[in-house]
Design a protein around this ligand. Structure first.
Ligand SMILES: *Cc1c(COP(=O)(O)O)cnc(C)c1O
Length: 411
């Protein structure tokens, strides 16, 4: 017998009724018929709304909540979140367009990312979004381009902090990084801002991503406020905007527990109490991507073939890494672990077997589940990958091997 990999705790964001997963109030097989094809991604607007409501009720009232749309930039998802959050964070001209199309005011959009070219910068200046400046060179180009346009641009300084968010899934700060301006250079940059025609708003300090440990987030947030306060002393004008990053993670792998928000919110409350006197009118922003949308999405594919090879069973589906790189374990993971998976049309069947679920691509990387205990599977069954609402389709090489494209629905 093949030994199964560790199992996940059951997922609870979507109800199971009559042995079938329901999403958007509909049985999965009916949704598949409605969509008209597999594979597909489905995102549940109610699950997204519920997540934002929970966050709002836990975080201090005067924390502004932004959605970082690179997590899932499907336009209707962004539209939905634009009505629930206080702003959107974008990282390309394409994302800026999606954000502006929602109709929110440009000052509620901030634009980060290294390597913004002159076209992107001019568009951002013309739109009036806040540009998070990632280098001194970028600052000089913004000043030149805005002179040419006759517009004073809204800018913030993205600081590469002198600390990192510990035990993060993806490290984006501390040490040498392409993101932001090193903290030790920022005072000089602030001096230069005073000489240029820029509408200086404040700072963007993002120290990491996918963190499930409240202690690590608390430490990073405390250091972020301390750094912002220190840097504000060098600013040409009082800051009015401070983006303290995010980094709230969601559980993907066996043994991972959901983030406990209470201590994080409690610490933010204390930080606000301490720093409010010196930052009385500062808009304090937290920017979250996957935490808002990750758990609200599933990826669904159909079983094409079932084969035995030596002592293992391979369930072959029509979906795989070309649509969902992260679930295959090839999007930044060091050790491959299974995303939570279920048999969507017979979730709770009691007769189990240990199987591998693979995609149709001619590469051994195309794995959706390695040695997982699942109900006995038949051809045509629907395989569901949970936690797929963020970094799914948009983070996948869809053209690799020229299989048909997948589609996304918001239900
Ligand atoms: C990617 C990114 C985010 C979102 O990260 P999540 O892990 O999805 O929350 C937020 N801010 C910045 C600057 C980013 O680059």
């Amino acid at each position: 017998m093949t030994k199964a990999a560790p199992q996940h705790t059951p997922m609870s964001q979507f109800p199971i009724i009559d042995n079938e997963l329901h999403i958007g109030g509909m049985p999965l097989s009916r949704l598949a018929a409605r969509v008209g094809q597999t594979p597909f991604y489905a995102y549940d607007r109610q699950v997204i709304s519920r997540r934002v409501a929970e966050l709002r009720s836990t975080l201090p009232d005067d924390i502004h909540l932004h959605y970082a749309i690179k997590a899932n930039s499907m336009p209707v998802v962004v539209q939905h979140l634009s009505g629930l959050t206080d702003g959107l964070d974008v990282a390309s001209l394409g994302e800026m367009k999606i954000a502006l199309d929602t109709g929110i005011p440009a000052e509620k959009i901030s634009f980060a990312g290294p390597g913004k070219n002159d076209t992107e910068l001019s568009a951002a200046i013309a739109a009036g979004v806040i540009i998070n400046m990632e280098s001194e060179g970028e600052m000089e180009r913004i000043a030149r381009l805005s002179d040419k346009l006759g517009i004073t641009p809204n800018v913030a300084v993205r600081i590469n902090p002198d600390f990192e968010l510990k035990t993060s899934g993806m490290k984006m700060s501390g040490g040498p990084k392409p993101f932001g301006i090193d903290a030790e250079r920022v005072p000089r940059v602030l001096g230069r801002i005073g000489e240029l025609n820029l509408n200086f708003k404040g700072f963007h300090i993002f120290s990491g991503s996918q963190n499930l440990r409240p202690e690590a987030l608390i430490e990073a947030q405390t250091k972020t406020f301390e750094l912002a306060s220190r840097m504000a002393e060098h600013a040409p004008s009082p800051i009015s905007w401070l983006n303290i990053g995010g980094g709230f993670g969601i559980p993907y792998f066996p043994g991972e527990q959901p983030l406990d928000l209470e201590p994080v919110a409690g610490n933010l409350e204390q930080l606000l109490e301490r720093y409010r006197p010196e930052m009385p009118n500062v808009e304090i922003v937290i920017e979250l991507g996957r935490y808002l949308v990750g758990e609200a999405g599933i990826y669904v594919c159909s079983v094409i073939d079932i084969k035995r090879s030596r002592d293992e069973v391979f369930v072959v589906t029509n979906g795989g890494l070309h649509h969902h790189l992260a679930a295959s374990g090839n999007f930044g993971q060091v050790i491959r672990k299974n995303y939570p998976v279920c048999l969507g049309n017979r979730v709770e069947d009691e007769n189990l077997a240990c199987v591998n679920i693979v995609g149709p691509l001619c590469t051994p990387l195309d794995i959706l589940a390695h040695r997982m205990e699942l109900p006995v599977i038949a051809i045509g069954d629907l395989i569901v990958v949970y936690q797929s609402g963020a970094y799914g389709l948009r983070a996948s090489p869809q053209d690799f091997l020229s299989h048909p494209a997948t589609i996304e629905v918001l239900v």
